[in-house]
Design a protein around this ligand. Sequence first.
Ligand SMILES: [Cu+2]
Length: 71
Amino acid sequence: MRVKQDAIPGMSIPLWFVPTRMGDWQIACAQLCGNSHFKMKGIFKIQNENKFNSWLTDRVPTLGEEGEEVW
Ligand SMILES: [Cu+2]
């Protein structure tokens, strides 16, 4: 996808791009950052809009009997 963004613990950093292909893609830390650098990998999922909205809906908290968020 040719996207690279620095990450800072505790901060949200918006990133916008248009994916060119759907699927699951392995992502990895691109900067030698410490002893566990070799383990810093993740999966980046590109899905169609319906599948994404379904995923998002599943993560919206509902309110419990006393008004607290229930996940
Ligand atoms: Cu790293």
